[in-house]
Design a protein around this ligand. Structure first.
Ligand SMILES: [Zn+2]
Length: 372
């Protein structure tokens, strides 16, 4: 089969012919129809992810069709359309049992990092990691499920507990995850304040439901939040950026009793809330680490039900894999731009200026040391 292979840290992805994968008893083989590269793939190629296998076929945001089943696989059949849960968990520790699978104490790594992933015509993945794609969702759109939709859905609905009537700030609203987060917060019944630094993309966030857009490069967004909420502040602030320029303002945007959720995080960017304010106003500051499998299935449902519009700015052929990665690294992708291993033509790409907050932090989706 044809696959994109990374042979050395800092190297480029090369299109190679490699042996077709065969399933172990607990795996299935997928025909990969779409795989969306994200910042994690860029980070792997630059070597900032410890323990990546080499040579590696990257790719962890996969939409594909089962073409072969391992001897021990039950519950799935050839032809089933699926996406793939990225974390290679043990399934037995107390965190796995509790559904907090990203906190697995025996984590074996990630699809597309410690095992070969979706930048190929076929890939073998654990059957336990499969989640069904709704029948009415096409392959290209399905590539937004595993991260671009699932990650903000869990963070906003699950971790922040956003409900109707809340004011919610999305910091980094125009990155691949934030642009879906705007829609999800709106669907939860919130008033949504979208913060980024690119006016053209902020205009798109407005069409997707943002009630207020704020260019954080031109004004202090915490003040804009105060003004918009009559001095109250926001019940939830979602930090998809986590830069020094944003974290203090995110905290300052909170309403009394509000919650600040970090989804993006960057090593070295420290943030220390004042304990007096934590006590006196009972703020919550927490993080959200990707999703569990149930939340991945919920994200697929949301897309199938039309509750969130998948934002896809173009597609790539397999031969263009390195270009696809470069586009992510340079923040030229709005939403997702998947590689289609079986396509011979690319779909035109909507231009996106590499000038957002997301670009300042090194690419949309956040600087990631892990999936999600
Ligand atoms: Zn576990």
């Amino acid at each position: 089969m044809k696959a994109l292979v990374l042979r050395e840290i800092g190297g480029r992805l090369a299109l190679e012919t490699v042996p077709d994968p065969a399933p172990t008893p607990s795996e299935v083989v997928l025909k990969v129809h779409a795989n969306a590269p994200d910042q994690l793939d860029v980070t792997i190629s630059t070597g900032r992810i410890p323990g990546a296998k080499l040579p590696l076929i990257p790719g962890h945001e996969i939409a594909g069709e089962i073409v072969a089943l391992g001897a021990g696989v039950t519950g799935w059949k050839v032809g089933d359309r699926v996406t793939v849960y990225t974390y290679l968990t043990c399934g037995a520790c107390r965190y796995c049992i509790a559904g907090r699978e990203t906190l697995c104490r025996n984590l074996k790594g990630y699809v597309g990092v410690q095992s070969d992933g979706g930048c190929a015509e076929y890939t073998a993945v654990p059957a336990r990691n499969l989640v069904r794609i709704p029948d009415n969702v096409g392959w290209v759109d399905a590539s937004t499920i595993p991260n671009a939709i699932a990650t903000p859905l869990r963070a906003i609905k699950g971790r922040a507990g956003v409900k109707a009537g809340d004011d919610v700030v999305i910091v980094g609203a125009c990155g691949g995850i934030g642009i879906h987060g705007v829609q999800i917060a709106k669907q939860c019944g919130a008033r949504v304040i979208a913060v980024d630094i690119d006016d053209a993309r902020l205009a798109e966030a407005k069409t997707l439901g943002a009630d207020l857009v704020v260019n954080g490069a031109k004004e202090d967004f915490s003040q804009a939040v105060r003004d918009f909420t009559g001095g109250k502040g926001a019940e939830a602030v979602m930090e998809f950026v986590a830069m020094e320029a944003t974290m203090g303002r995110s905290y300052a945007s909170l309403a009394t009793g509000g919650i600040l959720v970090f989804v993006g995080a960057q090593p070295g960017n420290a943030f220390a809330p004042d304990p007096v304010s934590l006590v006196m106003q009972e703020f919550t500051v927490t993080g959200s680490r990707h999703v569990n499998r149930a939340e991945l299935a919920e994200a697929a449902d949301w897309l199938g039900q039309g509750r969130v519009k998948p934002i896809v700015s173009g597609t790539w052929t397999l031969a263009e894999g390195q270009k696809a990665l470069d586009a992510v690294a340079q923040n030229r992708v709005l939403g997702r731009a998947p590689i289609l291993p079986w396509s011979r033509t690319r779909r035109a790409h909507r231009g996106a200026a590499p000038s957002t907050l997301s670009a300042m932090r090194g690419g949309e989706g956040g600087e990631r040391s892990e999936p999600g």
